[in-house]
Design a binder for this molecule. Structure first.
Ligand code: CO
Length: 218
């Protein structure tokens, strides 16, 4: 017996609706994809990538993992990045975290969840690195929100430091990296002011974004 029949019902309704609204939509998409944006986001079920920026299938290339990390030995993320930049030719890379991220919260609270603790370790390290200014904030909710922002800024910088993006910039390719945070409470995106089209700007934007006299959104 087929499981989850309600999801297949939803799928039939969705596909029929899309085909009715946009005749030929799926046929054209099947022939090729030409997205201009790469989204690197958290796996969290409450953060809808395409819907939050109003982009249709075919318009956003997506990579998601727990707490939107960009690790230089993660071949899944690197492969998505390389394919997006070198083959699809995306023009914008958006690293989008979200406030109230469970991965960031677990890292801040040093919770033991299992294997995933190892994955989240870079955020725990970031929390220890910024421990003093984080502790100066009023409460844990503020600290976790700020750590969410710091994590996004750092992952955006990591994107810029990959061989893939550096080589693309060296070739003169127009490619911009952004750091955004999504608000679970209101569905709004917040631009952290990181907007880099070359490595020097990326390094400077990261330093600027992590300064504690600019407590964005807190
Ligand atoms: Co999350």
């Amino acid at each position: 017996m087929r499981k989850l029949p309600e999801l297949f019902d939803n799928n039939r309704r969705w596909a029929a609706g899309m085909a009715a609204d946009r005749p030929g939509f799926f046929r054209e998409l099947a022939a090729q994809q030409a997205p201009r944006h790469l989204w690197i986001g958290c796996s969290d079920s409450r953060v809808p990538a395409n819907e939050s920026v109003g982009l249709l299938p075919g318009e956003l290339f997506v990579h998601r993992n727990v707490a939107n990390l960009v690790l230089h030995n993660d071949f899944s993320c690197l492969s998505v990045l390389q394919y997006a930049v070198d083959v699809l030719g995306v023009e914008h890379i958006i690293v989008c975290g979200h406030y109230g991220c469970g991965g960031v919260t677990a890292a801040w609270e040093d919770r033991q969840l299992g294997l995933v603790d190892n994955w989240l370790r870079p955020i725990r390290d970031l929390a220890l690195l910024y421990r003093e200014p984080l502790l100066a904030l009023p409460d844990d909710a503020c600290r976790i929100d700020r750590l969410c922002e710091l994590n996004v800024l750092f992952q955006a910088l990591r994107v810029c430091r990959t061989t893939i993006v550096r080589q693309a910039w060296d070739r003169g390719k127009g490619l911009t990296v952004h750091a955004w945070v999504y608000g679970l409470n209101d569905g709004m995106l917040h631009d952290l002011g990181f907007c880099a089209s070359d490595l020097a700007t990326a390094e400077a934007e990261f330093v600027r974004g992590t300064e504690y006299n600019r407590r964005v959104g807190l």
